[in-house]
Design a protein around this ligand. Structure first.
Ligand SMILES: *Cc1c(COP(=O)(O)O)cnc(C)c1O
Length: 345
């Protein structure tokens, strides 16, 4: 294998969507922002649409425009960032549904595109996006009279089921929306797993589709195999990599592999990261370079041609732990130098 290869298992993606859909009586949408969490919206979205997804979510109108080109007419495309200055044209041309998140956005939307569909985003405590209770109170009657397509809010702590913030936000969402005749959306991946009280009418899973926590039962979607470029024997007392941060204590067989921090293997992971040569867990040695990483393959029974960085032996969340981050960031940092291969099972 010449190039580092990122294999994206679309069958696992579909299984994850089905399992999240089966966990809820609500319509199950799909979040494909940030190029489907780095995995390629043009490959991921059509597969989900074929599977029956009718409501897609992106962050930016620009992403919505791309998604419309990919999907054609039919599915609803909701834009979390709402209707920003300059968005009227993409929203109109691509038939997007902005999730209006302030009075200013509401005014902008109805002035620029009277009669064009919109949704509402409410803030129930996260203090990130959406109308706060007082603002909503002022706008509610007018907004509801125009038939919003969806009313949504987002949970701040859904990955911690016992966190009191979940019930607090749920009560706030109910208080702001009970009695309104419009579909509601509250749960992302974490919210789906909190149970039916959190599901409302449409769910918005993202990371769980792509194989990440908090969906513990997710199937891995991403496999990353990186070729070994060179092998050498390093004697005790010799060092590996920039800054001499690792010194051999034994005769060590060192494999230099063809990926680095420019490919999303964050430099900060170095001292804590592992890869796999077959079934053998191999430690990363010294600093991660931009394009290269040294790995201890002394204990591998065979000299590997490639090592597994992500896949059956190591999840995105395990690798994320080595960098003190989360699986989401591993996915969205995956570089564009990988050879990408999409499989359907
Ligand atoms: C990103 C995002 C989601 C998806 O969240 P996951 O945790 O990836 O399932 C849902 N809703 C909003 C508002 C988001 O920003």
């Amino acid at each position: 294998m010449a190039a580092p290869t990122l294999t994206i298992d679309l069958a696992a993606l579909v299984t994850n969507w089905r399992n999240l859909a089966a966990a809820s009586a609500a319509e199950t949408g799909a979040v494909v922002k940030a190029d489907a969490y780095g995995l390629g919206m043009s490959k991921v979205a059509p597969v989900l649409a074929r599977e029956g997804v009718r409501t897609f979510f992106v962050a930016l109108a620009e992403e919505g425009t791309q998604l419309r080109r990919i999907l054609g007419e039919g599915p609803e495309i909701c834009v979390f960032n709402g209707h920003m200055d300059g968005d009227a044209r993409p929203i109109a041309e691509a038939g997007l549904t902005p999730m209006v998140n302030s009075i200013d956005q509401m005014v902008r939307h109805v002035e620029a595109l009277p009669g064009h569909p919109f949704g509402i985003q409410l803030d129930t405590g996260m203090n990130r996006l959406g109308m706060e209770p007082a603002e909503w109170q002022a706008l509610r009657e007018i907004a509801v009279s125009q038939g919003p397509r969806l009313i949504m809010s987002h949970l701040a702590c859904a990955d911690e089921p016992d966190h009191e913030m979940n019930a607090h936000q749920l009560a706030a969402f109910r208080e702001m929306t009970d009695g309104i005749d419009a579909p509601r959306s509250f749960a992302a991946t974490g919210g789906i797993l909190l149970g039916p009280d959190y599901h409302f009418d449409v769910t918005r899973p993202g990371v769980g589709l792509y194989g990440g926590l908090p969906f513990v039962d997710a199937q891995p979607v991403v496999h990353l195999d990186v070729p070994v470029i060179q092998l050498r024997d390093v004697a005790p007392g010799e060092t590996v990599g920039y800054g001499n941060t690792w010194t051999a204590e034994r005769e060590t067989k060192v494999a230099t592999i063809a990926a680095g921090y420019a490919d999303g293997i964050h430099r900060i992971m170095g001292p804590n990261a592992w890869v796999f040569a077959g079934e053998t867990r191999c430690k990363v040695l010294g600093r991660v370079s931009m394009d290269l990483i040294g790995v201890d393959v002394t204990d591998a029974p065979e000299v590997p041609e490639t090592v597994e960085v992500l896949g059956r032996h190591q999840s995105i969340d395990t690798l994320a732990d080595a960098a003190g981050t989360i699986g989401y960031e591993i996915l969205t940092a995956l570089g564009d130098r990988y050879h990408r291969s999409y499989t359907c099972g």
